[in-house]
Write a protein that binds this ligand. Sequence first.
Ligand code: ATR
Length: 282
Amino acid sequence: MQLNGTTKILGIFGDPIAHTLSPKMQNAAIAAAGINAVFVPFHVKEDVLPGAVAAIRSLGLVGVNVTVPHKESIIPYLDEIDSEAKLIGAVNTVVNLDGRLIGHNTDGRGFLNSLHSELSFLPAGKNVLLLGAGGAARAAIVALAQADVGRIVISNRTYGKAEELVKEFSGHFPDTELIAEPFATEKLQSHLASVDLLVNTTVVGLQGEDFSLPLIETLSAKAVFYDMVYAPVLTPLQQAANDRGLQFADGRGMLAGQGEVAFELWFGTRPASDIMRSVIAK
Ligand code: ATR
């Protein structure tokens, strides 16, 4: 990397930030594309977020990624929020268009791209069971519904949150059937037996823990499993899918996918294929 007087700057806002893989992913793609730019981590605490957003304009950054805890709280400081980020209710990518800051959310498209490239899964008309009802679940629901999925059953430890998501999104996506289902019911088991895709959007498995209900055991043999968790070793759910010979993928592809979509928003060109994925694999 050769920094000089015309080097463009991008970065990621978060707290904590030291663990982020985005600088490695983005700088590898920037170098491969021969672009004169650098992507750096910015440790932005909550109380300085407005000033940090103003600095995107005043310092002329190309844009930033946004991570925990700013994905929702950054919204009021931006000039425009694209329709997908509005539906998801969170922004993970900001593009600086001559001082106008546009908020996007590339998590959902990263998820869809990863489903397609790793599991050859196309959502149109399919039945999905989704575990969790937090921010990651919202991105997955919006992306799947926009891709014309037939039905999403949302199941969450706190059932009321699944019900709220169904209520909120049903009006937006009349062609997708949205159903809330509590954990540990017979109905949930019958959904498991018939779905095409199981998605875990919760953090369960990150520390080696498991859900206290049968999931993979009763999952349809034709189903694929997408686990947004990625850990150095297979999580109990991933191990169970592996033991049953089910096709599954973990969240590394989604991490790469959201970065690839963000790169394209900033630079107007696709990053080299698989470069972010290979950085994460290392
Ligand atoms: P994210 O933005 O990553 O989705 P979040 O908004 O905090 O994070 O949501 C976390 C999700 O993981 C929630 O659906 C949460 O369930 P609750 O709504 O019941 O809290 C789920 N979750 C976290 N720990 C869990 C556990 N041990 N068992 C089951 N679900 C869990």
